[in-house]
Design a protein around this ligand. Structure first.
Ligand code: SAH
Length: 384
Protein backbone atom coordinates (compact mmCIF):
# COMPACT_ATOMS: atom_id res chain seq x y z
CA UNK A 1 0.00 0.00 0.00
CA UNK A 2 1.26 3.46 -0.77
CA UNK A 3 0.84 6.82 0.87
CA UNK A 4 -1.93 9.35 0.49
CA UNK A 5 -5.33 7.91 -0.22
CA UNK A 6 -4.26 4.44 -1.19
CA UNK A 7 -6.20 1.59 0.30
CA UNK A 8 -9.33 -0.36 -0.27
CA UNK A 9 -12.72 -0.47 1.28
CA UNK A 10 -13.65 -3.16 3.72
CA UNK A 11 -17.33 -2.94 2.95
CA UNK A 12 -17.40 -6.56 2.16
CA UNK A 13 -18.28 -8.68 5.17
CA UNK A 14 -17.34 -12.28 4.40
CA UNK A 15 -18.59 -12.03 0.82
CA UNK A 16 -21.76 -10.29 1.95
CA UNK A 17 -22.42 -6.64 1.28
CA UNK A 18 -22.22 -4.41 4.31
CA UNK A 19 -25.37 -2.29 4.09
CA UNK A 20 -24.00 0.26 6.47
CA UNK A 21 -22.33 2.83 4.28
CA UNK A 22 -24.46 2.30 1.16
CA UNK A 23 -26.14 5.58 0.24
CA UNK A 24 -29.81 5.46 -0.68
CA UNK A 25 -29.36 5.01 -4.43
CA UNK A 26 -26.95 2.11 -3.92
CA UNK A 27 -29.13 0.49 -1.30
CA UNK A 28 -32.06 0.69 -3.72
CA UNK A 29 -29.94 -0.90 -6.43
CA UNK A 30 -28.94 -3.64 -4.01
CA UNK A 31 -32.58 -4.31 -3.10
CA UNK A 32 -33.54 -4.29 -6.78
CA UNK A 33 -30.85 -6.94 -7.32
CA UNK A 34 -32.72 -9.11 -4.81
CA UNK A 35 -35.97 -8.48 -6.67
CA UNK A 36 -37.27 -6.12 -3.98
CA UNK A 37 -39.03 -2.78 -4.53
CA UNK A 38 -37.25 0.52 -3.84
CA UNK A 39 -39.40 1.19 -0.77
CA UNK A 40 -37.67 -1.78 0.89
CA UNK A 41 -34.48 0.28 0.83
CA UNK A 42 -36.28 3.10 2.58
CA UNK A 43 -37.57 0.70 5.21
CA UNK A 44 -34.08 -0.65 5.71
CA UNK A 45 -32.68 2.85 6.14
CA UNK A 46 -35.35 3.59 8.69
CA UNK A 47 -34.37 0.55 10.71
CA UNK A 48 -30.68 1.21 10.37
CA UNK A 49 -30.39 4.92 10.92
CA UNK A 50 -33.53 6.02 12.71
CA UNK A 51 -34.11 3.07 15.00
CA UNK A 52 -30.52 1.94 15.39
CA UNK A 53 -31.36 -1.66 14.52
CA UNK A 54 -28.51 -3.83 13.29
CA UNK A 55 -30.25 -7.22 13.13
CA UNK A 56 -32.31 -8.26 10.12
CA UNK A 57 -34.41 -10.61 12.25
CA UNK A 58 -35.68 -7.64 14.29
CA UNK A 59 -36.84 -5.70 11.22
CA UNK A 60 -40.43 -6.75 11.70
CA UNK A 61 -42.09 -4.98 8.77
CA UNK A 62 -39.87 -6.75 6.22
CA UNK A 63 -41.24 -9.96 4.71
CA UNK A 64 -39.68 -13.08 6.17
CA UNK A 65 -38.35 -14.15 2.76
CA UNK A 66 -36.71 -10.82 2.21
CA UNK A 67 -35.11 -10.98 5.65
CA UNK A 68 -33.80 -14.42 4.76
CA UNK A 69 -32.28 -13.09 1.55
CA UNK A 70 -30.70 -10.22 3.43
CA UNK A 71 -29.18 -12.55 6.00
CA UNK A 72 -27.62 -14.53 3.16
CA UNK A 73 -26.39 -11.71 0.97
CA UNK A 74 -25.96 -8.75 3.28
CA UNK A 75 -24.55 -7.81 6.67
CA UNK A 76 -24.58 -4.88 9.03
CA UNK A 77 -21.04 -4.75 10.30
CA UNK A 78 -19.88 -2.10 12.73
CA UNK A 79 -16.43 -1.27 14.00
CA UNK A 80 -15.83 -2.73 17.44
CA UNK A 81 -15.32 -0.47 20.43
CA UNK A 82 -12.03 -1.29 22.14
CA UNK A 83 -12.03 1.29 24.92
CA UNK A 84 -13.84 4.40 26.03
CA UNK A 85 -12.46 7.33 28.03
CA UNK A 86 -14.32 10.21 29.63
CA UNK A 87 -12.79 13.61 30.22
CA UNK A 88 -13.61 15.84 33.17
CA UNK A 89 -15.49 18.22 30.86
CA UNK A 90 -17.84 15.49 29.59
CA UNK A 91 -15.93 14.83 26.38
CA UNK A 92 -15.86 11.13 25.49
CA UNK A 93 -13.32 9.36 23.32
CA UNK A 94 -13.66 5.89 21.85
CA UNK A 95 -10.95 3.71 20.39
CA UNK A 96 -12.37 1.60 17.56
CA UNK A 97 -10.88 -1.50 16.03
CA UNK A 98 -10.05 -1.41 12.35
CA UNK A 99 -8.50 -4.91 12.32
CA UNK A 100 -6.18 -7.10 14.38
CA UNK A 101 -3.53 -4.46 14.98
CA UNK A 102 -5.00 -1.16 13.87
CA UNK A 103 -7.35 1.19 15.66
CA UNK A 104 -8.74 4.67 15.22
CA UNK A 105 -10.50 7.21 17.40
CA UNK A 106 -13.66 9.28 17.59
CA UNK A 107 -14.57 11.99 20.07
CA UNK A 108 -17.92 13.32 21.33
CA UNK A 109 -18.00 16.89 22.59
CA UNK A 110 -21.18 17.91 24.43
CA UNK A 111 -22.05 21.59 24.71
CA UNK A 112 -25.09 23.40 26.04
CA UNK A 113 -26.69 23.95 22.66
CA UNK A 114 -25.21 21.16 20.55
CA UNK A 115 -23.36 17.87 20.51
CA UNK A 116 -20.43 17.43 18.14
CA UNK A 117 -19.02 14.11 17.04
CA UNK A 118 -15.50 14.28 15.66
CA UNK A 119 -14.81 11.28 13.43
CA UNK A 120 -11.82 9.78 11.63
CA UNK A 121 -11.47 9.12 7.91
CA UNK A 122 -8.20 7.15 7.87
CA UNK A 123 -6.11 5.03 10.21
CA UNK A 124 -3.18 7.37 10.73
CA UNK A 125 -2.39 10.10 8.24
CA UNK A 126 0.16 10.60 5.48
CA UNK A 127 0.18 14.39 5.41
CA UNK A 128 2.86 14.86 8.05
CA UNK A 129 1.83 18.24 9.45
CA UNK A 130 4.62 19.29 11.81
CA UNK A 131 2.40 19.97 14.85
CA UNK A 132 -0.02 17.02 14.69
CA UNK A 133 0.24 13.87 16.79
CA UNK A 134 -1.62 11.78 14.21
CA UNK A 135 1.13 12.57 11.71
CA UNK A 136 3.70 10.98 14.01
CA UNK A 137 1.83 7.71 13.64
CA UNK A 138 2.29 7.48 9.89
CA UNK A 139 -0.39 6.20 7.56
CA UNK A 140 -1.95 2.77 7.56
CA UNK A 141 -5.12 2.72 5.49
CA UNK A 142 -8.33 4.40 4.44
CA UNK A 143 -11.45 3.73 6.43
CA UNK A 144 -14.33 2.27 4.42
CA UNK A 145 -17.63 4.12 4.04
CA UNK A 146 -19.12 1.67 6.53
CA UNK A 147 -16.40 2.42 9.07
CA UNK A 148 -16.98 6.15 8.66
CA UNK A 149 -20.78 5.87 8.93
CA UNK A 150 -20.35 3.25 11.67
CA UNK A 151 -18.72 5.83 13.92
CA UNK A 152 -21.83 8.00 13.97
CA UNK A 153 -24.02 4.91 14.33
CA UNK A 154 -22.02 3.65 17.30
CA UNK A 155 -21.90 7.04 18.96
CA UNK A 156 -25.67 7.28 18.64
CA UNK A 157 -26.01 3.84 20.16
CA UNK A 158 -23.74 4.82 23.05
CA UNK A 159 -25.53 8.12 23.59
CA UNK A 160 -29.02 6.75 22.91
CA UNK A 161 -30.92 6.61 19.63
CA UNK A 162 -34.01 8.63 20.40
CA UNK A 163 -36.98 7.66 18.27
CA UNK A 164 -38.86 10.71 17.10
CA UNK A 165 -36.07 13.21 17.07
CA UNK A 166 -32.51 12.64 18.08
CA UNK A 167 -30.74 15.88 18.78
CA UNK A 168 -27.86 14.51 20.79
CA UNK A 169 -25.48 14.55 17.86
CA UNK A 170 -26.24 17.80 16.08
CA UNK A 171 -22.87 18.24 14.37
CA UNK A 172 -20.43 15.84 12.74
CA UNK A 173 -16.93 17.03 11.92
CA UNK A 174 -14.35 15.10 9.92
CA UNK A 175 -11.55 16.37 12.12
CA UNK A 176 -10.36 13.16 13.69
CA UNK A 177 -7.55 11.04 12.32
CA UNK A 178 -6.75 11.26 8.64
CA UNK A 179 -7.17 13.51 5.63
CA UNK A 180 -10.75 13.10 4.38
CA UNK A 181 -10.05 14.32 0.86
CA UNK A 182 -7.33 11.71 0.46
CA UNK A 183 -10.07 9.12 1.01
CA UNK A 184 -12.52 10.78 -1.34
CA UNK A 185 -14.18 7.67 -2.67
CA UNK A 186 -15.25 6.42 0.77
CA UNK A 187 -15.94 9.79 2.38
CA UNK A 188 -18.50 10.97 -0.21
CA UNK A 189 -21.00 8.09 0.28
CA UNK A 190 -20.68 8.55 4.05
CA UNK A 191 -21.45 12.27 3.73
CA UNK A 192 -24.52 11.43 1.64
CA UNK A 193 -25.84 9.23 4.44
CA UNK A 194 -25.15 11.93 7.04
CA UNK A 195 -27.29 14.41 5.08
CA UNK A 196 -30.02 12.08 3.81
CA UNK A 197 -33.31 12.59 5.64
CA UNK A 198 -33.61 8.81 5.78
CA UNK A 199 -30.04 8.63 7.07
CA UNK A 200 -28.79 10.74 9.96
CA UNK A 201 -30.65 13.74 8.58
CA UNK A 202 -28.01 16.28 9.58
CA UNK A 203 -28.06 19.85 8.33
CA UNK A 204 -25.43 20.51 5.65
CA UNK A 205 -24.15 23.40 7.70
CA UNK A 206 -23.53 21.03 10.58
CA UNK A 207 -21.45 18.49 8.71
CA UNK A 208 -17.93 19.84 8.38
CA UNK A 209 -15.16 18.41 6.30
CA UNK A 210 -11.73 19.65 7.34
CA UNK A 211 -8.87 19.36 4.89
CA UNK A 212 -5.19 20.17 5.04
CA UNK A 213 -5.56 21.65 1.57
CA UNK A 214 -5.76 19.12 -1.27
CA UNK A 215 -6.83 21.79 -3.75
CA UNK A 216 -7.74 19.51 -6.71
CA UNK A 217 -9.95 17.42 -4.45
CA UNK A 218 -11.79 20.55 -3.31
CA UNK A 219 -12.84 21.06 -6.96
CA UNK A 220 -14.04 17.47 -7.07
CA UNK A 221 -15.90 17.96 -3.81
CA UNK A 222 -17.64 20.99 -5.32
CA UNK A 223 -19.10 18.71 -8.00
CA UNK A 224 -20.33 16.17 -5.48
CA UNK A 225 -21.77 17.57 -2.29
CA UNK A 226 -22.60 20.63 -0.24
CA UNK A 227 -21.18 20.52 3.28
CA UNK A 228 -19.36 23.02 5.47
CA UNK A 229 -15.73 23.31 4.42
CA UNK A 230 -12.89 23.90 6.87
CA UNK A 231 -9.32 24.33 5.69
CA UNK A 232 -6.18 24.02 7.78
CA UNK A 233 -4.28 27.15 6.81
CA UNK A 234 -2.00 27.71 9.83
CA UNK A 235 0.29 30.25 8.13
CA UNK A 236 -0.15 33.41 6.05
CA UNK A 237 2.77 32.76 3.67
CA UNK A 238 4.00 29.83 1.60
CA UNK A 239 7.42 29.59 3.19
CA UNK A 240 6.08 28.98 6.67
CA UNK A 241 3.06 26.97 5.53
CA UNK A 242 5.28 24.58 3.60
CA UNK A 243 7.15 23.84 6.82
CA UNK A 244 4.03 23.33 8.90
CA UNK A 245 1.73 21.69 6.34
CA UNK A 246 4.01 20.03 3.75
CA UNK A 247 1.21 19.49 1.21
CA UNK A 248 1.59 23.25 0.64
CA UNK A 249 4.64 22.47 -1.51
CA UNK A 250 2.31 20.78 -3.96
CA UNK A 251 -0.65 23.13 -3.61
CA UNK A 252 0.47 26.55 -2.40
CA UNK A 253 -1.78 29.09 -0.70
CA UNK A 254 -2.96 30.96 -3.83
CA UNK A 255 -4.05 27.72 -5.50
CA UNK A 256 -5.73 26.53 -2.31
CA UNK A 257 -7.68 29.76 -1.81
CA UNK A 258 -8.88 29.71 -5.44
CA UNK A 259 -10.23 26.22 -4.84
CA UNK A 260 -11.99 27.39 -1.67
CA UNK A 261 -13.72 30.34 -3.36
CA UNK A 262 -14.74 28.04 -6.18
CA UNK A 263 -16.33 25.67 -3.66
CA UNK A 264 -18.34 28.48 -2.07
CA UNK A 265 -19.51 29.77 -5.48
CA UNK A 266 -20.41 26.37 -6.77
CA UNK A 267 -22.22 25.17 -3.66
CA UNK A 268 -23.84 28.43 -2.68
CA UNK A 269 -21.99 28.20 0.58
CA UNK A 270 -21.67 30.87 3.19
CA UNK A 271 -17.97 30.85 3.97
CA UNK A 272 -14.94 28.68 4.45
CA UNK A 273 -13.60 28.30 7.97
CA UNK A 274 -9.83 28.58 8.03
CA UNK A 275 -8.26 26.75 10.93
CA UNK A 276 -5.15 28.33 12.36
CA UNK A 277 -3.25 26.54 15.12
CA UNK A 278 -1.61 29.01 17.50
CA UNK A 279 2.06 28.11 17.88
CA UNK A 280 4.12 30.24 20.22
CA UNK A 281 6.74 32.28 18.37
CA UNK A 282 6.06 30.48 15.07
CA UNK A 283 2.89 31.88 13.46
CA UNK A 284 1.36 34.10 16.14
CA UNK A 285 2.95 37.55 15.65
CA UNK A 286 0.95 40.74 14.97
CA UNK A 287 2.59 41.00 11.54
CA UNK A 288 1.39 37.49 10.71
CA UNK A 289 -2.13 38.37 11.88
CA UNK A 290 -2.14 41.39 9.58
CA UNK A 291 -0.82 39.32 6.67
CA UNK A 292 -3.55 36.73 7.26
CA UNK A 293 -6.20 39.47 7.32
CA UNK A 294 -4.93 40.86 4.01
CA UNK A 295 -5.11 37.40 2.48
CA UNK A 296 -8.72 36.78 3.48
CA UNK A 297 -10.49 40.10 3.75
CA UNK A 298 -13.22 40.62 1.19
CA UNK A 299 -13.64 36.85 0.73
CA UNK A 300 -16.23 34.47 2.21
CA UNK A 301 -13.89 33.45 5.01
CA UNK A 302 -13.74 33.18 8.75
CA UNK A 303 -10.87 32.11 10.93
CA UNK A 304 -10.97 29.66 13.80
CA UNK A 305 -7.89 29.99 15.98
CA UNK A 306 -6.96 26.70 17.66
CA UNK A 307 -4.72 26.91 20.73
CA UNK A 308 -2.01 24.30 20.09
CA UNK A 309 -2.57 21.04 21.98
CA UNK A 310 0.74 19.58 23.06
CA UNK A 311 1.62 15.90 22.89
CA UNK A 312 4.60 13.85 23.92
CA UNK A 313 7.75 14.70 21.98
CA UNK A 314 6.55 17.86 20.26
CA UNK A 315 8.85 20.85 19.89
CA UNK A 316 5.96 23.36 19.70
CA UNK A 317 4.35 25.35 22.50
CA UNK A 318 0.92 26.90 22.73
CA UNK A 319 0.73 30.68 22.20
CA UNK A 320 -0.12 32.71 25.29
CA UNK A 321 -3.71 33.74 25.82
CA UNK A 322 -2.68 37.34 25.31
CA UNK A 323 -1.08 36.55 21.95
CA UNK A 324 -4.16 34.61 20.83
CA UNK A 325 -6.47 37.45 21.89
CA UNK A 326 -4.36 40.04 20.12
CA UNK A 327 -4.18 37.89 16.98
CA UNK A 328 -7.95 37.60 16.93
CA UNK A 329 -8.43 41.33 17.46
CA UNK A 330 -6.09 42.14 14.58
CA UNK A 331 -8.04 39.83 12.29
CA UNK A 332 -11.32 41.45 13.31
CA UNK A 333 -9.83 44.89 12.78
CA UNK A 334 -8.58 43.71 9.38
CA UNK A 335 -12.13 42.83 8.40
CA UNK A 336 -12.01 39.06 8.98
CA UNK A 337 -14.39 37.22 11.29
CA UNK A 338 -12.39 35.27 13.87
CA UNK A 339 -13.12 33.01 16.82
CA UNK A 340 -11.01 30.98 19.24
CA UNK A 341 -11.73 27.26 19.56
CA UNK A 342 -12.20 26.16 23.13
CA UNK A 343 -9.93 23.27 24.05
CA UNK A 344 -11.95 20.19 24.99
CA UNK A 345 -11.03 16.79 26.33
CA UNK A 346 -7.30 17.44 26.59
CA UNK A 347 -6.99 15.48 29.84
CA UNK A 348 -7.69 12.31 27.84
CA UNK A 349 -5.73 13.41 24.75
CA UNK A 350 -8.97 13.93 22.85
CA UNK A 351 -8.28 17.49 21.70
CA UNK A 352 -7.46 18.55 18.12
CA UNK A 353 -4.30 16.95 16.87
CA UNK A 354 -3.95 14.59 19.83
CA UNK A 355 -5.66 11.55 18.30
CA UNK A 356 -3.29 8.71 17.65
CA UNK A 357 -5.38 5.54 17.70
CA UNK A 358 -3.11 2.60 17.26
CA UNK A 359 -1.17 2.39 14.05
CA UNK A 360 1.48 -0.27 14.15
CA UNK A 361 1.76 -0.97 10.46
CA UNK A 362 2.71 2.34 8.91
CA UNK A 363 3.54 2.15 5.29
CA UNK A 364 5.04 5.51 4.59
CA UNK A 365 6.68 7.16 7.48
CA UNK A 366 8.66 10.25 6.74
CA UNK A 367 8.06 13.54 5.09
CA UNK A 368 10.42 13.53 2.13
CA UNK A 369 9.12 10.29 0.75
CA UNK A 370 5.55 11.39 1.26
CA UNK A 371 5.91 14.62 -0.63
CA UNK A 372 7.69 12.72 -3.40
CA UNK A 373 4.96 10.09 -3.47
CA UNK A 374 2.32 12.80 -3.54
CA UNK A 375 4.11 14.61 -6.37
CA UNK A 376 4.17 11.45 -8.41
CA UNK A 377 0.53 10.88 -7.84
CA UNK A 378 -0.59 14.48 -8.25
CA UNK A 379 -1.01 14.18 -11.98
CA UNK A 380 -3.52 11.37 -11.62
CA UNK A 381 -5.37 12.67 -8.56
CA UNK A 382 -5.11 11.27 -5.10
CA UNK A 383 -7.12 8.11 -4.89
CA UNK A 384 -9.42 8.14 -7.90
N1 SAH B 1 -6.66 16.26 8.13
C1 SAH B 1 -7.66 17.25 8.38
C2 SAH B 1 -8.33 17.06 9.76
C3 SAH B 1 -7.35 17.29 10.86
S1 SAH B 1 -7.78 17.63 12.50
C4 SAH B 1 -7.03 18.62 8.31
O1 SAH B 1 -5.81 18.71 8.25
O2 SAH B 1 -7.76 19.60 8.28
C5 SAH B 1 -8.53 19.16 12.63
C6 SAH B 1 -7.62 20.37 12.93
O3 SAH B 1 -6.75 20.20 14.05
C7 SAH B 1 -6.73 20.70 11.74
O4 SAH B 1 -6.84 22.05 11.44
C8 SAH B 1 -5.38 20.37 12.28
O5 SAH B 1 -4.38 21.06 11.60
C9 SAH B 1 -5.50 20.77 13.72
N2 SAH B 1 -4.44 20.24 14.58
C10 SAH B 1 -3.61 19.21 14.32
N3 SAH B 1 -2.76 19.03 15.35
C11 SAH B 1 -3.07 19.95 16.28
C12 SAH B 1 -2.57 20.23 17.58
N4 SAH B 1 -1.60 19.51 18.13
N5 SAH B 1 -3.15 21.24 18.26
C13 SAH B 1 -4.17 21.95 17.74
N6 SAH B 1 -4.68 21.72 16.51
C14 SAH B 1 -4.15 20.73 15.79
Amino acid sequence: MTAIGAGETTDNAGGRVNLLGLPRAELEAFCAGLGAKPFRARQLMNWLYKRGCDRFEDMSNLARDFRGQLAERAAITLPEIVTEQRASDGTRKWLLRADQTQAFEMVYIPEADRGTLCISSQVGCALDCAFCATAQQGFNRNLSSAEIVGQVWLAKRELGFQPGGDRIITNVVLMGMGEPLANFRNVIPALRIFLDDLGFDLSRRRVTLSTSGLAPQIYRLAQEINVALAVSLHAPDDELRSQLVPINRLHPIAELLEACWHYIDEQNGRSVTFEYVMLDGVNDSPAQARALARLLTGHPAKVNLIPFNPYHGTQFRRSSEAAIGQFRDLLLRGGVMATVRRTRGDDIDAACGQLVGRVTDRTVVRLGSRVEAARTRAAGGVDA
